[in-house]
Each structure stands twice: as C-alpha cells, then as structure tokens.
Design a protein around this ligand. Sequence first.
Ligand SMILES: Nc1nc2c(c(=O)[nH]1)N[C@@H](CN(C=O)c1ccc(C(=O)N[C@@H](CCC(=O)O)C(=O)O)cc1)CN2
Length: 298
Amino acid sequence: MSGATIIDGKAFAAGLRARIAEAVPAFSSATGRVPGLAVVLVGDDAASAVYVASKGKATVAAGMASFEHRLPADTKQEELIALVRQLNADESVDGILVQLPLPKHLDEQAVVDAISPEKDVDGLTPISTGRLALGLPGLVPCTPLGSLMLLKDHIGDLSGKDAIVIGRSILVGKPMAQLLLAENCTVTIAHSRTRDLKARVQQADIVVAAVGRAEMVKGDWLKPGAVVIDVGINRLDPAEGETKGRLVGDVDYASALELASAITPVPGGVGPMTIACLLRNTLVAAHRRAGLADPEGL
Ligand SMILES: Nc1nc2c(c(=O)[nH]1)N[C@@H](CN(C=O)c1ccc(C(=O)N[C@@H](CCC(=O)O)C(=O)O)cc1)CN2
C-alpha cells in the first residue's frame, strides 16, 4: 500500500481564487474600476478554446472584467500584433494573455514581445523573463508559479533541496528552474539530450516533470520520499483502446505512488493552479499599474 500524499491542486486553487475574489473590492474602492484581463485566441484548437473559456469564466467569477478576442486561424502576424498594441493602450485592460500554441505561420516570440511588460500576466516577455533571472520582482509564468506554491505549501522551506526540472520550455521548464534556484534549491534542468535521466532523477528530492510525454517518468526512477510535481497534461488516444481519451501526466502515477512521499495528480494537480495564478497575476498587475502596493496573502 502507498503512503504518498496526493497534493490537491484543485482545492488549493479554489482557496487562492476565493482570496483573489475577496481582494478585488478593495482595488475597486481605491481605483473606481475592476481589474481587467484580455485573452486572445487565434485559430480553432479545441483544447485552447476550452482553456480560454475557463479563463473567462474564472475571471468573471473573481469579480474582474474579461475581454475575449477570438481571431481566425489565418490571421496575419501584423493583425495580431496590432490587436496586442490596441490592448496595451486600453486603460481597462490590466493583463494580456495570448493563448499558446499559435498557428504555425505566426511567430510566437514576436507576438509575446509586443505585449507591454506591465500587462504581461503570462510572464513571457523578455523583460519578465529577465527580471525573474535577475531575482527582481516581476510577473512570473502561471504554471511554474502555481507549482512552486504547491511545493512550498507541502514542504515549507525548500532551501538545500536537490531538484530536477525535466523540460526546458519558456512556459514551464526554464522559469520553474529559476524559481527553485531563488528558493535555494540545487537545480538540474534535464531535456531530450540529457544522458542517463533515470540516474539524475534518482538524486532528486523534488521532481518537476514538464516534458509533454505521457507517463515517461517511471516510479522506480524516484528517490524514496521524493516530492513529484507533474505538469504534463496528455490525452491518451481513444483509438488505442483508452476510454474517451483519458488524461495522464508525464509521470507514471501508479508506480510513482510506491516511492514518492507526495505527488500531484493529473487532472486536479497543477492544471487548476495555472488559471488561479493567472487571476493572481492580473490582480497584481492591476495594483502595480494603479501605483498601489501588491495585494497581501496571494
Ligand atoms: N499563453 C499561455 N498558453 C498556455 C498556457 C499558459 O499558461 N499560457 N498553459 C497551457 C494551457 N493552460 C492554460 O492556458 C491550461 C492547461 C490545463 C489546465 C487545467 O486546469 N487542466 C485540468 C484538466 C483539464 C481537462 O480536463 O482537459 C487539470 O489538470 O486538472 C488549465 C490551463 C498551454 N497554453
């Protein structure tokens, strides 16, 4: 029988969203307006459409204004950048998020670079990534921020822990490694060219899996007692006998339960934290734009 704790990201995210909703009225009293989040969706990727709809709902539920912009798949780069610039200039918008991935013909980094850093609630502009690398306050990408919140809530002080981040994306792997470094972890970043990944994972007290490959990290790779954050969201193919395209993470959950001391499930782990942290970043961005101190307890 496994003694691993299941880290309940869904419950933690619900608590964070409730605290955000409680903090919005104070912002409105101070400024006479509500914080606003603009989300841009280009094309018809089904999963992206679901995430964007969830973001809009969560924004409104927190008492903020949601501005959704849906553009066709053949939108030109200049049209998308023109929309981003329009949102940069819009005083009712505190946060701008362009849903990723974009259709192949669009240059993601150029589009992200057009977002005003003060409204960069996704934390992906060069200014935001640079500030994170320098250890300066800024806006941090939502999935790694949420993952760190779960780790700190479960472990407390992370100082001196050996951590491995598997994956080096701009959205998760790189910022996650920076956040762990800022918490005084000793951090290894592993990727597709890393040799003997299993041996490296076996050294780690904290394993963050963000590779996008279903159940790649096996339970017997783990150091006994490791804390596992599974960022992967992989839908298995119903054509291969999987019921209704079951969702799994990057970690083989059943075998990981044997050695891990704690693990985030998929679904219900890191995923819900992504949207809660987006609301948190929007409220923080709104405070900073209005010249107010950051809201407390978020
Ligand atoms: N501009 C961005 N694009 C993307 C981001 C991002 O942070 N910024 N992240 C992901 C997708 N994403 C939000 O955009 C996201 C992914 C998953 C979840 C979530 O709550 N997942 C649930 C399961 C949902 C399901 O059943 O399909 C869970 O894990 O419990 C929320 C947001 C890529 N794009």
